[in-house]
Ligand binder design. Structure first.
Ligand SMILES: *[C@@H]1O[C@H](CO)[C@@H](O)[C@H](O)[C@H]1NC(C)=O
Ligand SMILES: *[C@@H]1O[C@H](CO)[C@@H](O)[C@H](O)[C@H]1NC(C)=O
Ligand SMILES: *[C@@H]1O[C@H](CO)[C@@H](O)[C@H](O)[C@H]1NC(C)=O
Ligand SMILES: *[C@@H]1O[C@H](CO)[C@@H](O)[C@H](O)[C@H]1NC(C)=O
Ligand SMILES: *[C@@H]1O[C@H](CO)[C@@H](O)[C@H](O)[C@H]1NC(C)=O
Ligand SMILES: *[C@@H]1O[C@H](CO)[C@@H](O)[C@H](O)[C@H]1NC(C)=O
Ligand SMILES: *[C@@H]1O[C@H](CO)[C@@H](O)[C@H](O)[C@H]1NC(C)=O
Ligand SMILES: *[C@@H]1O[C@H](CO)[C@@H](O)[C@H](O)[C@H]1NC(C)=O
Ligand SMILES: *[C@@H]1O[C@H](CO)[C@@H](O)[C@H](O)[C@H]1NC(C)=O
Ligand SMILES: *[C@@H]1O[C@H](CO)[C@@H](O)[C@H](O)[C@H]1NC(C)=O
Ligand SMILES: *[C@@H]1O[C@H](CO)[C@@H](O)[C@H](O)[C@H]1NC(C)=O
Length: 396
C-alpha cells in the first residue's frame, strides 16, 4: 500500500516548510536590531613615544548619535574604563606628563565634558589564595598573602584589531586579561559563550600555571567597580535559560548602580557564575563561582591602585567584591593549574539570552511534526473517504 508512505512524506515536507518559514521569521525578527558601531583603535593616544612601563589603549566605538570610549590601561592594577557620550565627536585628551606622574589626577579627559552621559570602570585589584584544607570552599581565615595586581609588572599590550591581551607574571605562572570590543552583537567563541552587543565589551581572565602555595589552594579575584555619581553597587542574580551555549548554567550575575539612579543609560558588569579549568574549555571543565556582596571602597585607595582611575576621576566612588572559584568538593586549582573567567562591561541594557533559534525550531519541529502528521493523516483519510463522484459533478 502506497498510502501510508505518501502520508508520511506530506507530513515531513510540511514540517520542513514550517521549520524554514519559522527560521526565516526569526532571523527577520532578530535582524531588526542589527545595531552597529564603528571602531577606531589607538594605542597611547597623543603620545610621541610609548610610556616606558605601561600602555593605554583607546577604542572609540561610534554609534549614530553617541560614542562609547573604551580605555584599557596597565599603569598599576589593570583597569577598563567605559565613558558614554551623547555625541559622535567626543575625544580623549591625555596630558602625558600628568598621566605618568603617579601623584596627579586630571591626566585624562573626555571632551567636551558636557557630553558625558556616564562612566564606569572596573579594576582588577587583587588575586587571593587560600588553603581549603577541609574542602569547604568557604574562604575565611587561611589566606596566603594576596597578589596585589598593581605591583605586577605587565607586558606591553598585544593588540589584534579591537582586541588586546595583557599578561603579567604571578608566582611562576601568568595572569592574563583579554579585552574584546565589538562592532555588533554576537557571542563569544569560547565557553561560557556570553552574548554581547555593540554596547558592551568582554574581559576574559586567565590564571595559567600559577604555583599554588598549598595542594588544596583555591583562588579569589578581587574587583573594584568605579563610577562618578552612580558606581555599580549591587549584584543581582537573574535567572537564565539553560540555552545551547552555556549548558547547565541557570544564572546571570549583574553588577549595577543602585535603583535610585535616575538615568537608565548606565554602566553594568555582567557574567555567568562559572569558570573553566581548561584552556579549551569543555562542559566538564566548568566550576561554579560565587561573588561576595559589594562593599564601599575608599576613593583614595582605588586612585592609588589604578593609574587610569586616578587620571580620569577626581572623586571616584567605588564598590569592591570578590569572585571565588570552586565549590566544596570540587577539584582544587592544582588539578589543572588553570582558571578562566569571563565578564562583560557595557552601557545601557545588558544583553539577555533568549531561547536560541535552533532550540526554538527544534521545539517546533519536535512537537509540531506528530501533530502535523496526525492532521495530515486525518485530512488524507477524509479526502479518500469522500465519494469520487463528488469531484466530477457535472457543472450544468
Ligand atoms: C540620531 O539623531 C537623528 C537626528 O538627529 C535622529 O533622527 C535619530 O532618531 C537619532 N538616533 C538615535 C538612536 O537616537
Ligand atoms: C599637563 O600637566 C602639567 C602638569 O600638571 C602642566 O604643567 C601642563 O600645563 C599640562 N599640559 C597641558 C597641555 O595642559
Ligand atoms: C603627592 O601630593 C600630595 C598633595 O597633593 C603631597 O602631599 C605629597 O607629598 C605628594 N607625594 C609625592 C610622592 O609627590
Ligand atoms: C548632550 O547633548 C546636548 C546637545 O548637544 C548638550 O546640551 C548636553 O549637555 C549633552 N549632555 C548630556 C549629558 O545630555
Ligand atoms: C578543619 O577541620 C578541623 C576539624 O573539624 C578544624 O579543627 C579546623 O579548624 C578546620 N579548618 C578550617 C580551616 O576550617
Ligand atoms: C600576540 O597575540 C597573538 C595572538 O593573539 C599571538 O599569536 C602572539 O604570539 C602574541 N604576541 C606576543 C608578543 O605575545
Ligand atoms: C619559579 O621560577 C624560577 C625561575 O624560572 C625558579 O628559579 C623557581 O624555582 C621557580 N619557583 C618554584 C617554586 O618553582
Ligand atoms: C546600543 O546603544 C544604542 C545607542 O544608545 C542604542 O540605540 C541601541 O539600542 C543599543 N543596543 C542595545 C542592544 O542595547
Ligand atoms: C538611594 O535611596 C536610599 C534610600 O532609599 C538612600 O539611602 C540613598 O542615599 C540613595 N542613594 C542615592 C545615590 O541617591
Ligand atoms: C576579598 O576577600 C579578602 C579576604 O577575605 C578581604 O580581605 C577583602 O576585603 C575582600 N574584598 C572585598 C572587596 O570584599
Ligand atoms: C592536588 O593536591 C591534592 C591534595 O594534596 C592531591 O591529592 C592531588 O594529587 C593533587 N593533584 C595534582 C594534579 O597534583
Amino acid at each position: 500500500m502506497a498510502a501510508p508512505e505518501r502520508r508520511q512524506r506530506g507530513g515531513v515536507s510540511s514540517a520542513i516548510l514550517l521549520f524554514s518559514a519559522f527560521s526565516s521569521c526569526f532571523s527577520l525578527f532578530s535582524g531588526r536590531d542589527a545595531f552597529k558601531r564603528k571602531l577606531l583603535v589607538e594605542m597611547n593616544p597623543g603620545s610621541s613615544s610609548p610610556p616606558p612601563d605601561f600602555d593605554l589603549l583607546h577604542v572609540r566605538a561610534v554609534g549614530d548619535n553617541d560614542t562609547l570610549h573604551f580605555l584599557f590601561c596597565s599603569q598599576g592594577a589593570p583597569t577598563l574604563l567605559l565613558v558614554h557620550t551623547n555625541t559622535t565627536a567626543s575625544t580623549v585628551a591625555v596630558n602625558w606628563t600628568r598621566f605618568e606622574d603617579r601623584n596627579h589626577s586630571g591626566g585624562l579627559q573626555v571632551e567636551p565634558e558636557s557630553s558625558i552621559l556616564h562612566s564606569t570602570a572596573v579594576i582588577f585589584s587583587r588575586l587571593l589564595e587560600y588553603d581549603d584544607a577541609n574542602n569547604t570552599a568557604e574562604p575565611q581565615t587561611d589566606f596566603f598573602p594576596a597578589y596585589d595586581l598593581q605591583d605586577v609588572s605587565w607586558s606591553r599590550l598585544n593588540l589584534s584589531g579591537p582586541n588586546a591581551l595583557l599578561c603579567g607574571a604571578v608566582a611562576n605562572g601568568s595572569f592574563c586579561l583579554q579585552l574584546s570590543v565589538f562592532e555588533t552583537e554576537g557571542r563569544g567563541q569560547a565557553l561560557p559563550r556570553l552574548l554581547h552587543t555593540a554596547n558592551s565589551s568582554q574581559l576574559n581572565v586567565r590564571l595559567d600555571g600559577v604555583l599554588p602555595r598549598s595542594s588544596h589552594s583555591r583562588f579569589l579575584l578581587e574587583l573594584q567597580a568605579v563610577g562618578g555619581a552612580y558606581p555599580p553597587s549591587r549584584v543581582e542574580a537573574h535567572r537564565s535559560i539553560d540555552d545551547e551555549f552555556t549548558p547547565t548554567i541557570f544564572k546571570v550575575s549583574l553588577w549595577v548602580p543602585s535603583e535610585n539612579s535616575s538615568s537608565d543609560v548606565l554602566g553594568f558588569l555582567q557574567w555567568k557564575p562559572v569558570a573553566y579549568r581548561q584552556p579549551a574549555s569543555a562542559l566538564e571543565d566548568a566550576t561554579p563561582c560565587r561573588n561576595s556582596a559589594p562593599l564601599p571602597q575608599s576613593g583614595e585607595a582605588v586612585k592609588a591602585a589604578s593609574g587610569l582611575v586616578r587620571a580620569f576621576y577626581t572623586q571616584p566612588e567605588a564598590f569592591g567584591l570578590n569572585v571565588s572559584f570552586g565549590l566544596a568538593g570540587e577539584p582544587f586549582y592544582n588539578s589543572t593549574g588553570f582558571l578562566s573567567w569571563t565578564a562583560l562591561l557595557g552601557s545601557g541594557l545588558p544583553p539577555v539570552d533568549s531561547i536560541s533559534p535552533l532550540v526554538l525550531s527544534m521545539m517546533v519541529f519536535g512537537l509540531g511534526t506528530p501533530t502535523l502528521l496526525l492532521l495530515m493523516g486525518g485530512i488524507y483519510v477524509a479526502v479518500r473517504k469522500r465519494p469520487v463522484t463528488v469531484a466530477y459533478e457535472p457543472v450544468s
